[in-house]
Write a protein that binds this ligand. Structure first.
Ligand code: GTR
Length: 435
């Protein structure tokens, strides 16, 4: 019997997402704090040669590199060495909000084939000064983040949704504005920030096809057909492309390239954390409900586990990560190290009470367990006990909140991020919208 390839891919996806839902309710998944196993986290400050680093300089020059390497080789994968051309072109721009903001679409071409592109949607206050800017991926296409009829619709593969906003894995007009609540653009602009968003599937479609689509093949050496065991999966590729977005934003005269904050929800929060750890040009990193493989400590095995995430999403991490399925204690790293890699730049972790799958306590604890490194840079320590719901907690460089509600990114979350951004700018005596 002949099965057409698209039908087969569709079937695999349906099974994959059924699996995702079944697993969320599966009895074997622990959502009971008293059943969290006891564990010891890998030492942040102890170098591979056994010597403890004691200063910020030694962390930066020595231990940080070791931690980054271990995190890359075992979890997210290394970026391949091959160099790939990336070109930017502003393809359109127009005014919105009665002239209060300028919006533009920037085409980012990866490699030599001009049809291989992603579109960055940039919205900036219509001032003549450089502004700090949020940068983050969206899940379903730029046109879903706003009602603006001028925003183009991606032609890339998109996940089918229950609503009529997608047809055969292609986006359509019906999807326009359907995720606008996650992108409160007017409020962000009024606060003096710009906002840039890009559809993650333009970079690498979120479907496991053995890395044939998306940007991975551009990096293959002769004869190579998929990333090596320690090379990047999809999260690594998405994170790399955020750095290319920053390359563009640094050139945009309306953006203060030294104040570009990464923001990401869920799998895209995992991505923003890895991008913030990988590229020290990013100013601030925000993880919204990122969970397993993001902010949550893997060793807690609370909610989604390493084994589950690797089974359901085999393309997200590097091929070495599944070696630690149900063997979290053998992992040379844990996610507190991801937080530490961001120091001394600011990091914000947010959880939601209704999102136990992402392990809110574990998300807080990885921030807490990064104390040793942040303190080297003069940050105050976080206390062990998690804050109560809707009571954000901040140090100079780190912040956390547990929002009441479900797995989502809401106006409340954004308000906290903008406030934290303002505090960072005040501390560095730069103000939004002012050079
Ligand atoms: C879930 C997955 C999580 C999280 C989430 C999302 O199915 O288990 O790790 O990434 O998807 O991205 O919405």
């Amino acid at each position: 019997m002949l099965i057409r390839v698209p039908a087969l891919v569709g079937l695999v996806l349906v099974v994959c997402f059924m699996n995702e839902q079944v697993i969320a309710q599966r009895p074997g998944i622990n959502k009971d704090e008293t059943k969290v196993p006891s564990f010891t986290l890998p030492e942040l400050l102890k170098s591979n040669d056994g010597v403890f680093v004691e200063t910020a300089e030694a962390w930066q020059a020595k231990r940080r590199l070791e931690v980054f390497d271990a995190m890359a080789k075992n979890v997210y994968g290394d970026v391949p060495k091959r160099k790939v051309n990336v070109d930017f072109k502003v393809i359109s721009s127009w005014e919105i909000f009665n002239g209060a903001a300028i919006r533009k679409e920037v085409r980012i071409v990866f490699g030599d084939d001009p049809t291989n592109f992603a579109t960055l949607l940039v919205t900036l206050p219509n001032t003549r000064s450089e502004v700090p800017c949020f940068l983050g991926y969206n899940f379903h296409g730029n046109h879903t983040t706003t009602d603006d009829p001028k925003v183009s619709i991606t032609k890339s593969w998109v996940r089918n949704r229950e609503s009529p906003s997608t047809t055969d894995n292609r986006a359509n007009e019906e999807g326009r504005g359907t995720s606008a609540s996650r992108w409160p653009c007017r409020e962000i602009i009024d606060a003096g920030y710009g906002v840039a968003t890009i559809y993650y599937g333009d970079v690498d479609p979120d479907i496991h096809d053995q890395f044939k689509n998306g940007i991975h093949p551009l990096f293959y050496e002769a004869g190579q057909t998929k990333p090596t065991k320690s090379e990047w999966g999809s999260i690594g590729a998405w994170a790399w492309a955020l750095s290319r977005c920053l390359d563009y934003l640094e050139q945009d005269s309306g953006v203060d390239g030294k104040h570009v904050a990464l923001i990401g929800h869920s799998r895209l929060g995992k991505t923003s954390l890895w991008a913030g750890a990988s590229d020290e040009r990013f100013w601030m990193t925000i993880s919204n409900n990122s969970g397993c493989g993001g902010a949550a400590l893997s060793r807690r095995k609370f909610g989604e586990t390493v084994e589950v995430i690797n089974r359901v999403f085999p393309h997200w991490f590097c091929d070495r990560f599944p070696e630690f399925d149900d063997r979290e204690n053998d992992l040379p790293v844990d996610q507190h190290m991801l937080m530490a890699l961001i120091a001394p730049r600011a990091v914000y972790v947010a959880s939601a009470t209704g999102d136990q799958w992402a392990d809110p306590r574990g998300e807080y604890l990885s921030l807490y367990h990064s104390n040793a490194v942040f303190e080297l840079f003069g940050d105050s320590p976080l206390q062990f006990k998690s804050p109560a719901a809707d009571e954000p907690r901040r140090t100079q460089l780190r912040a956390y909140h547990l929002r009441t509600g479900k797995h989502d990114i809401t106006a409340y979350d954004w308000e906290q991020y903008v406030q934290f951004g303002n505090l960072q700018l005040e501390n560095s005596s730069a103000k939004p919208g002012v050079k």
